[in-house]
Design a protein around this ligand. Structure first.
Ligand SMILES: *Cc1c(COP(=O)(O)O)cnc(C)c1O
Length: 365
């Protein structure tokens, strides 16, 4: 029994002694338990693929070479994305296991000592989380109370902090709005580092910076298939000048997009009309849901160019619980940021699920 004795006499090393302090104070990204709920908290597309395409996916999965590593860079899938998304000639692509992974790769690549990562706030939380995890300074510049871009404040912050990396979600999450183009132009001209336009919701927005790629050497565009209907496959991509992407690609883990995701994404992107039609019906539903929501006394709905709506309602945390008790899960943003006091965010879903949500809300408020 000697080994046991030896083990006991070793000094205990606690995680607190070794894990970096910025990690110890971090909270893990919170995902609510949604079992049995009408799930309207994560901007998922409620629609599945049509029967024919599902059969094709089944066949691809059955015949896939699961014993082999995937294509390391996803060359075929990148070719398809280039064509389907209309990526300008001469621009490179990098694939990520979701766009979250791309945020991580860029953050690590630009993590020189003293470098600053910047965005607006409130915005997508992963920008901050991954910057802090990489030991970087993060500066969040507040939006105006109506969630429009405070161009002057952002320009002043850029001048002061000279960010190596600036994230701009277009449309923004969790607010749903598009920032004003003329303010953005000035910001893009002034930014001394890499600027990424995060277009996770492009399919619902009707506007994009993708066609402008190449006009400014430091501006990149990131997109994901998650909000478009393929959240389970985890595929994001970054488009931009090859000079930047060649550097970032060194930090991407080999084989980061698995065999099944590559095959299925290729197959679905061969029928872009399928996801486009679903997005169009969600845009239609967004208008109807916004109108119905705004008609409920005490509710303020904010303008959205995404597949979700942000709204303000008195006692939002209690309303959130009331919705949950009625089997409807939305996102409670009250407390996430002072500007989001009493705000809830709901995914735009099918007409049936939107009706269930509206009924639950009328009962819960
Ligand atoms: C959902 C979301 C992402 C992450 O998407 P994945 O590709 O699923 O990792 C990135 N940016 C914004 C603004 C989002 O809302």
């Amino acid at each position: 029994m000697k080994p046991a004795t030896k083990l006991e006499t070793q000094p205990a090393v606690s995680p607190e002694a070794l894990v970096r302090p910025e990690v110890l104070t971090m909270a893990a990204y919170h995902v609510a338990d949604a079992r049995g709920m009408v799930k309207l908290d994560a901007m998922e597309n409620p629609y599945r693929l049509p029967e024919g395409l599902r059969a094709e996916v089944a066949k691809l999965a059955a015949e896939a070479a699961l014993n082999r590593y995937p294509d390391p860079g996803g060359a075929e899938l990148k070719r398809r994305l280039h064509a389907v998304m209309g990526v300008p000639e001469g621009m490179a692509l990098m694939l990520g296991n979701g766009s979250d992974e791309i945020i991580q790769v860029l953050t690590l690549a630009l993590a020189r000592p003293g470098a600053v990562v910047m965005s607006v706030e409130p915005t997508f939380v992963m920008y901050r989380m991954l910057a802090v995890a990489a030991g970087l300074e993060y500066v969040g510049v507040p939006l105006r109370p109506d969630f429009t871009l405070d161009g002057e404040a952002l320009l002043a912050a850029i001048e002061r902090h000279r960010p190596a990396l600036l994230w701009l979600a277009y449309p923004n999450n969790p607010t749903g709005n598009l920032f004003d183009r003329s303010s953005l132009e000035r910001v893009l001209d002034a930014a001394p580092g890499v600027v990424v336009m995060d277009e996770a919701y492009h399919a619902f927005a009707g506007t994009s910076y993708l066609p402008e790629l190449g006009r400014r050497p430091n501006v990149l565009v990131m997109r994901t298939l998650s909000k478009l209907g393929l959240a389970g496959l985890r595929l994001g991509f970054l488009a931009g000048p090859p000079a930047w992407l060649n550097e970032f690609d060194k930090l991407r883990l080999p084989y980061n997009v698995n065999v099944l995701s590559q095959l299925v994404c290729e197959a679905v992107l061969a029928h872009p009309d399928v996801l486009d039609a679903q997005a169009r019906s969600l845009v239609q539903a967004r208008g109807e849901l916004a109108t119905a929501l705004a008609a409920i006394p005490g509710v303020t709905v904010f303008p959205s160019a995404a597949n979700f709506l942000l709204f303000r309602i008195a006692n939002a945390p209690a309303v959130f619980q009331g919705l949950k008790a009625r089997g409807v899960l939305v996102k409670n943003l009250s407390g996430a940021h002072p500007l989001l006091a009493d705000c809830l965010r709901v995914t735009v879903s099918s007409p049936e699920e939107n009706r269930v949500f509206l009924e639950a809300l009328r009962a819960a408020r």
